[in-house]
Design a binder for this molecule. Structure first.
Ligand code: ADP
Length: 634
């Protein structure tokens, strides 16, 4: 048949061409990974065959021993990797190998940095794995036959240029053979020892046997036997005491396709009403797709050592999606489907316990290895913060884990826990103070902090957009309320006795001017009052306790949401010469037109200082220039 019908020639999809081009022309730093990719595809294909056979064991015929076999043909410079997995129909070959259906391809291509090492890791993470064979092969053949199908086997062939050919072939058994025709300069991949060491390095954790022929002598006769290269049981089934640190880290690298060690791991054999093994890892680097909407967690689900699925989202809440690892349950049924998973009681219990376990792991990292925790927080802090909206049960744990920058630190790397804050509170301090804003620099220079800085009261800096949301779910910490320094009336209690006295005095002194200002800007101001907040600045704007606040308004505006601007409170500094002069001027002539102009300038200044936009920048500049002209003429 195959010699009567001419092979069909088909063009690759544009994205595939792009990826092939990249693989062939710019990735050559770590060629070995292509063997790992092909072996891992073979292993996936076996998992799929096993899952199909659960409902109909007949499809396996008499071949029940799943395995992946590697043959080396030194004369022809070929590596043949075969599996007896699910195989592919002709149509599946076209759609699986000829195109990349995944929506994330464009994203992936954008992520590529040009840095060899990073890009090779990305290729593995993204799973354009098969194409990596063209790093070492100038021609690749696939012979494949779909399990349970009468359709003849298909042969696919390509030289990695723009197209591939398809034709029928006479393979009888199910599964897939991948034949790599090695490039001249990569002939050394045909070496027995080299392939064995690659398998050891990358694939020793594969759940299915990977075999190679080995010649031995029995009774002086040469016999060929299949040798299993990965004969250890899966790491999570072994006793903790028998496992070396390096083995745990190697398994992490295998799972995550990362090159760096995990920051922490936890291995557990849980027994009791539920029985399962779990192995969790906290990576040291965030994956490139951490914030892609389709990203789920990195836990694989096994049932009685049999692989069920990767990225099982029922195993952990979404805010722990950075965790990698394995859960192997003794209690779930083997033929569990995605639909059943969603409302499965056992999984819910495993999820609860696993969440606790991971939060504890992080807590212990924070106390025992603070430098590691800093690294962790930098990579994953914002994801943990998402938990404040999803995980009420563990709110207390999350409050222990959360970190913020603060007025006591000198850079973004100085982070503080709420417990640190409470421990260092002033004797008479009752609340935990925070300020929200666009970035460290913006809040650091805010007039709202003046009195806090002068009294050395710490203020937490909440400068990630998500902080506004977590505040809503935060409640108190250790009986102390969190209080915004830009909202409501400031009452530092015992800490501000002197200011209180000055405020009282100022209140009567500035009564008329205050009324004048609030009457002049009725649409913008709901109140003008004398403040205890300020030391150097003439005035600042604050929000009412229940109002949204300027930062939240800014964030909502950024996300194109309609925002109803709330009226603000202008607080004036009774000690400031500008205000004192204005008051004197008012007392002399309440109708002085300069007063209105200057008040407008003061409000605009206050808006700029808090990071808000001013309504009319041109007008603002005109007024400033007018003032400069007057002053410079003197
Ligand atoms: P990924 O494995 O991440 O999907 P690949 O490019 O490595 O990406 O493989 C593309 C697809 O080709 C796989 O998803 C699978 O459907 C199919 N495939 C690859 N190798 C095999 C194989 N040995 N048996 C069956 N299908 C395979």
């Amino acid at each position: 048949m195959s010699d009567t019908v001419a092979p069909e020639k088909i063009e690759f999809q544009a994205e595939v061409k792009q990826i092939l081009n990249l693989v062939i022309n710019s990735l050559y730093s770590n060629k070995e990974i292509c063997i790992r990719e092909v072996v891992s595809n073979a292993s996936d294909a076996i998992d799929k065959a096993r899952i199909e056979s659960l409902t109909n064991i007949e499809v396996l015929g008499d071949d029940h021993n799943f395995k992946i076999k590697i043959d080396l043909d030194k004369d022809k410079n070929q590596i043949i990797i075969s599996d007896n997995g699910i195989g592919m129909s002709k149509e599946e070959v076209v759609s699986n190998i000829g195109t990349i259906a995944r929506s994330g391809t464009q994203n992936f291509l954008k992520e590529l940095s040009g840095d060899q090492k990073k890009d090779t890791t990305l290729i593995g993470q993204f799973g354009v794995g098969f194409y990596s064979t063209f790093m070492i092969a100038d021609k690749v053949e696939i012979k494949t036959k779909r399990l349970g199908s009468d359709e003849p086997a298909t042969k696919w062939e390509s030289q990695g240029d723009g197209s591939y050919t398809l034709e029928e072939t006479d393979k009888e058994s199910r599964g897939t053979d991948i034949i790599l025709h090695l490039k001249e300069e990569d002939k050394d991949f045909c070496d027995d020892w080299k392939i064995r060491s690659i398998i050891k390095k990358y694939s020793s954790f594969m759940p299915h046997p990977i075999v190679m022929d080995k010649e031995t002598e029995v009774d002086k006769k040469k016999v060929v036997e299949e040798e299993v290269l990965n004969d250890k049981p899966p790491i999570w089934l072994r006793q903790k005491t028998d496992i070396k640190k390096e083995e745990y880290q190697d398994f992490f690298k295998h799972l995550s396709m990362e090159t760096e060690d995990a920051l922490a791991y936890a291995h557990n054999h849980v027994e009791g009403t539920l029985e399962y093994k779990s192995l969790f890892y906290i990576p040291s680097k965030a994956p490139y797709d951490l914030y892609h909407p389709e990203k789920t967690n990195g836990l694989s689900l096994y049932v009685k050592r049999i692989f069920i699925m990767n990225d099982c989202k029922e195993l952990l809440p979404n805010y722990l999606r950075f965790v990698k690892g394995v859960v192997d349950s003794e209690d779930l049924p083997l033929n569990i489907s995605r639909e059943i998973l969603q409302q499965n009681n056992i999984l819910t219990k495993i999820q609860k316990a696993s969440t606790k376990k991971i939060l504890n792991m992080l807590k212990s990292m924070a106390t025992k290895k603070p430098d590691d925790y800093k690294k962790f927080w930098k990579e994953f802090g914002n994801v943990i913060k998402e938990g404040f909206h999803m995980n009420w049960e563990n709110l207390d744990e999350l409050k222990q884990l959360v970190r913020f920058q603060s007025s006591t630190g000198s850079s973004e790397d100085d982070i503080r826990s709420l417990a640190d804050y409470v421990k260092d509170m002033k004797k008479d301090q009752k609340e935990i103070y925070y300020i929200t804003g666009e970035n460290r620099q913006a809040v650091d220079n805010s007039p709202h902090l003046e009195v806090f800085k002068s009294k050395e009261i710490e203020v937490l800096y909440m400068v990630d957009p998500i902080d506004e949301w977590i505040l809503q779910g935060m409640g108190d910490f250790d009986g102390k309320q969190l209080k915004s320094v830009t909202k409501g009336d400031l009452d530092l209690g015992e800490l501000s006795k002197e200011e209180k006295a000055a405020q009282k005095e100022g209140k009567s002194k500035f009564k008329k001017l205050s009324k004048f200002i609030s009457d002049s800007f009725p649409n913008m101001l709901k109140e003008v009052r004398v403040t205890t907040r300020l030391k150097d600045s003439p005035c600042c704007l604050v929000a009412d306790e229940a109002d949204m606040g300027a930062n939240m308004e800014r964030i909502l505006k950024m996300t194109n949401q309609a925002v109803q601007k709330s009226k603000r409170i202008l607080e004036i500094n009774p000690e400031h010469p500008i205000l004192q002069n204005m008051q004197a001027r008012y007392d002399k002539d309440a109708k002085d037109p300069k007063l209105q102009e200057w008040t407008g300038l003061l409000i605009d200044q206050a808006l700029l200082a808090e990071g808000s936009e001013i309504e009319n920048p041109v007008e603002f500049i005109k007024k400033i220039n007018g003032l400069l002209q007057e002053v410079s003429a003197k």
